[in-house]
Write a protein that binds this ligand. Structure first.
Ligand code: 1PR
Length: 518
């Protein structure tokens, strides 16, 4: 079967469907062409941009068994979008070169526009449609104009009333769109109807609007060799400059930068303390101060990670991870992000399948609620020859690989990213921050295969992280996967104008529809 980011296209070869193809690609989807009836039956979502004449189209569909497959597909209420003739073919019959029998799904006869009403035929032009019921894909277009080009039309009748989702007037009222369950069809051309049309296609494609996903600015923070807490950024997790001094890369002050990203429009801010107080979290007063100061002026959710685990200080006093988390919450954090400790908990859980309730993850989640607990996963690709060679979930990429967890970004652990994600979800994680060591700091885009694997596997929100290098990378990962948010670091540190563009998409998402496709 085609993947979740693939659209199956029924192009029976009667005309130009290039614009439909371009629109689908522009929205970030791949196209799989129907070659045989089975391709229809196995489609995740099917678009049928009918072009040409009714009789000729039905002849082709009947000859190669496609008509039967189409009927079965729609009877099973599978996602379908017919365009223009793709709507008309769903009716009982058409008068075009006929009468000719159609697919017979919707009662009614498709007939020629009545020019005695004083209208020119064919109907070519932009018209507003009147929504008559919840159409799912046409919401918000009432009163907006869409592009029509056709001589034949189906008329609303008592028999087909339940199918009609919108009508249009051109000398007479005709059916502009139908919907029943997941079966949609439109008489107009969404692929030629500007941003209104693209938003219709996007809704059908089930892609939550890319900019609906949150964009999160991440600040990796650590103490440098002089003892200052600075924002740094690694290259595949290596944060030291490639200079003889080999210093920790210093990109600025955490509170200032967080404030800046908030002003620019970031949906959330994450601080990851990547080494600073790993061995003595509550001793790191500067980090707690950073949270206190930041939360005075930043009014979006703040997440803090790094070093959340039980520990015993130099005087032998034991601190539970819950105390560490509580201190973070008191200082202004809304969520804590757990790395290594969640890996140990998941490993133990996978061995015994017993939830002890004692891990940091479980305890914090029980006290503060799972919405306050993020688990940070740091996978690194491991290439395998045969999927059977390893006990972990393997995905086929351009080159095959499975993703192994690297603990807190440091030591490799014998657990796959997929297995880890499933386990921490069961243990009470409310969100997964999915990094990718191979992509970190590379600016070549998110690891879409990895993000898809994990975001399809769990029911909790997944934050895609690592690799953003252009504004388009955000919409790319959000359209092609089930990720709820995209997080980045380097791209924001490098260019202020990028921040404005990336975050502005959130603020003006409808106006940015065309921009995203350019
Ligand atoms: O194990 O609970 O103490 O948590 C340690 C935390 O520190 C984990 O969340 C782990 O991801 C993080 N971490 C550890 N070492 C590093 C490092 O960089 N050397 N940084 C590190 C993680 C990775 C991302 C980064 C994205 C986006 N940072 O969060 O911000 O990859 O980067 P990009 O947009 O520039 O590509 P524990």
């Amino acid at each position: 079967a085609a993947g979740a980011s693939t659209v199956t296209l029924l192009d029976y070869g009667a005309g130009n469907v290039r614009s439909v193809r371009n629109a689908i690609r522009c929205l970030g989807f791949d196209i799989k062409d129907v070659q045989k009836p089975e391709d229809i039956l196995s489609a995740d979502r099917l678009i049928f941009p009918g072009v040409g004449a009714f009789a000729a189209a039905m002849k082709v569909l009947n000859q190669n068994g496609m008509a039967e497959a189409l009927r079965t597909y729609m009877e099973k209420d599978r996602p379908f979008l017919g365009i223009c003739l793709g709507l008309q073919l769903l009716f009982d019959s058409s008068e075009e070169n006929g009468p000719v029998k159609g697919l017979g799904l919707i009662p009614g006869v498709v007939g020629l526009f009545d020019s005695s009403n004083g209208v020119k035929v064919p109907h070519i032009g932009w018209n507003a449609v009147k929504i008559t019921k919840d159409s799912q894909i046409l919401d918000e277009i009432e009163g907006r104009h869409v592009y029509f080009v056709h001589s034949y039309r189906a008329l609303p009748t008592e028999a087909n009333r339940e199918w009609i989702s919108s009508t249009c007037n051109y000398g007479e009222n005709f059916i502009a769109s139908i919907r029943r369950g997941n079966v949609h069809a439109v008489q107009f051309h969404p692929e030629k109807s500007g941003d209104v049309g693209l938003s219709i296609l996007r809704r059908f494609l089930g892609s939550s609007t890319p900019s609906m996903g949150k964009v999160i600015a991440c600040l990796d923070v650590r103490t440098n060799d002089k003892g200052d807490l600075v924002v740094t950024k690694g290259d595949q997790y290596d944060v030291r400059e490639q200079t003889p001094e080999n210093e920790v890369r210093n990109l600025g002050k955490p509170v200032d930068l967080a404030g800046q990203y908030y002003k620019d429009g970031a949906d959330e801010i994450s601080f990851l303390n990547i080494t600073g107080f790993r061995d003595f979290p509550l001793g790191d007063l500067p980090m707690l101060q950073v949270l206190r100061y930041t939360s005075e002026n930043v009014f979006v959710p703040l997440t803090v990670g790094g070093g959340i685990r039980d520990f015993t200080d130099g005087n032998g006093r034991h601190y539970s991870s819950l105390e560490v988390a509580s201190e973070y919450f008191r200082s202004g954090a809304d969520k804590v992000s757990i790395g290594s400790d969640a890996v140990y908990a998941a490993e133990a859980y996978l061995k015994t399948r017993v939830k002890t309730g004692k891990s940091s993850l479980e305890q914090i989640s029980q006290v503060y609620g799972n919405q306050a607990v993020v688990v940070s996963i740091d996978p690194r690709k491991v290439y395998v020859k045969n999927p059977g060679d390893v006990e972990f979930k393997v995905i086929k990429m351009s080159t095959p690989a499975h993703h192994n967890q690297v603990n807190g970004g440091r030591d490799g652990r014998p657990i796959g990213a997929y297995e880890l994600a499933k386990a921490v979800e069961e243990l009470g994680a409310g969100e997964i921050l999915l990094n990718c060591i191979d992509c970190d700091g590379q600016g070549k885009g998110f690891d879409v295969d990895l993000v898809k694997l994990i975001s399809d596997a769990v029911a909790i929100p997944v934050i895609a992280s690592s690799g953003a290098g252009a504004v388009e990378h955000f919409s790319d990962v959000l359209v092609k996967t089930n990720a709820s948010a995209a997080l980045a670091a380097g791209i924001f540190h490098r260019s202020h104008s990028v921040c404005e563009r990336a975050f502005a998409k959130r603020r003006h998402r409808s106006q940015n529809m065309m921009f995203e496709c350019s």
